[in-house]
Write a protein that binds this ligand. Structure first.
Ligand SMILES: Cc1cc2nc3c(=O)[nH]c(=O)nc-3n(C[C@H](O)[C@H](O)[C@H](O)COP(=O)(O)O)c2cc1C
Length: 295
């Protein structure tokens, strides 16, 4: 059996001309992971040179950019719904007000989410917002910052009550700004207990649940084990963008990290190792207080 001590790889570092080594032995896996993936002066290299996981041979910069130019997933052969790119005029609201009024909200009415709004939430959540050319490859830039512009995340919207689109499990195709329909049907009432195993009835009335997955190798091809930190940071950027987008458009939304990982991975038909669920975001129309002015 491997002990925690055997997993720990202490590194010597220099400070004020003196060599030092961390004196505290981590006593759990997360501390060991954090220690083993600290950045040291000897790790610093020009930004074009990938920090390769040990054991892999050096990757030519050209190959790296070819791979990073395809840092997204597409499902070929599934029916796809093109999302709008022309925005309706935005509701006035300052960024500061939107940030201050964002709350995780867990009650949803039965009014559908408008497909135009969902489209905007996805595009400004994680969609393409720019591009640059690298060694002959066009690399797209997105609505979130991402380590190495490698964008390891994917969004699988489960649509349950969205106007003008059939219910089903979809994948958001970043490159073409489309929703690929992986499985038609209404699933939420059958699987909401996987999204959060307790105190969960409110999830069943969401208009949509976005499942956010990570394909770790997209990031780790450059950053190795340390890249796992970046994947989780990217996830935070994406989730805040989506929550603020929902707030700006008047929807209620909540981030949910209590998912049962393996059953959700099975539901999404992903392997849970190369690509795995990180969290979900439920979205729905808010309850509007009904005023009775009738005389
Ligand atoms: C990493 C993370 C995990 C969370 N997981 C859940 C969850 O599984 N279920 C849930 O109902 N809320 C979850 N939340 C929402 C928090 O409960 C909520 O953000 C917190 O109570 C602060 O409230 P506010 O977001 O309305 O400001 C999570 C939030 C974060 C940032």
């Amino acid at each position: 059996m491997i002990t925690l001590k055997e997993l720990y790889k202490p590194r010597v570092y220099q400070i004020d001309g003196k060599l030092k080594i961390s004196s505290t032995l981590p006593d759990n896996l997360s501390e060991i992971y954090h220690e083993n993936t600290k950045m040291h002066a000897s790790d610093v290299r020009p930004w074009l040179v990938p920090l390769l996981p040990s054991g892999l041979s050096a990757m030519p910069v050209r190959t790296f950019f070819q791979r990073s130019a395809r840092s997204y997933k597409k499902y070929q052969g599934y029916p796809a719904v093109k999302l709008e790119t022309a925005d309706e005029p935005a509701t006035p609201g300052s960024l500061w007000d939107i940030i201050a009024s964002r709350r995780c909200k867990r009650d949803y009415s039965d009014s559908p989410i408008r497909i135009q709004d969902l489209s905007r939430i996805l595009r400004y959540g994680y969609g393409k917002t720019g591009r640059f050319c690298a060694d002959g490859n066009e690399v797209c830039l997105r609505a979130v910052p991402s380590a190495g512009a490698l964008y390891p995340l994917d969004i699988y919207p489960l649509l349950e009550n969205v106007s003008d689109i059939d219910n089903g499990l979809y994948h958001y195709n970043i490159e073409d700004n489309e929703l690929e329909r992986l499985r038609p049907g209404s699933f939420l009432k059958k699987i909401y207990q996987l999204v959060q195993p307790s105190n969960n009835e409110w999830i069943a009335s969401a208009g949509a649940v976005l499942f956010i997955t990570a394909t770790f190798k997209r990031n780790q091809l450059k950053y190795g084990d340390r890249g796992y930190r970046g994947v989780l940071l990217d996830a935070g950027h994406l989730s805040q963008n989506i929550l603020l987008g929902c707030t700006a458009l008047g929807y209620s939304a909540c981030i949910i990290v209590a998912c049962l990982d393996d059953p959700v991975n099975d539901f999404l038909n992903i392997d849970g190792v190369e690509e795995s669920i990180l969290f979900a975001i439920s979205i729905g129309s808010p309850y509007i207080e009904k005023t009775n002015n009738a005389k």
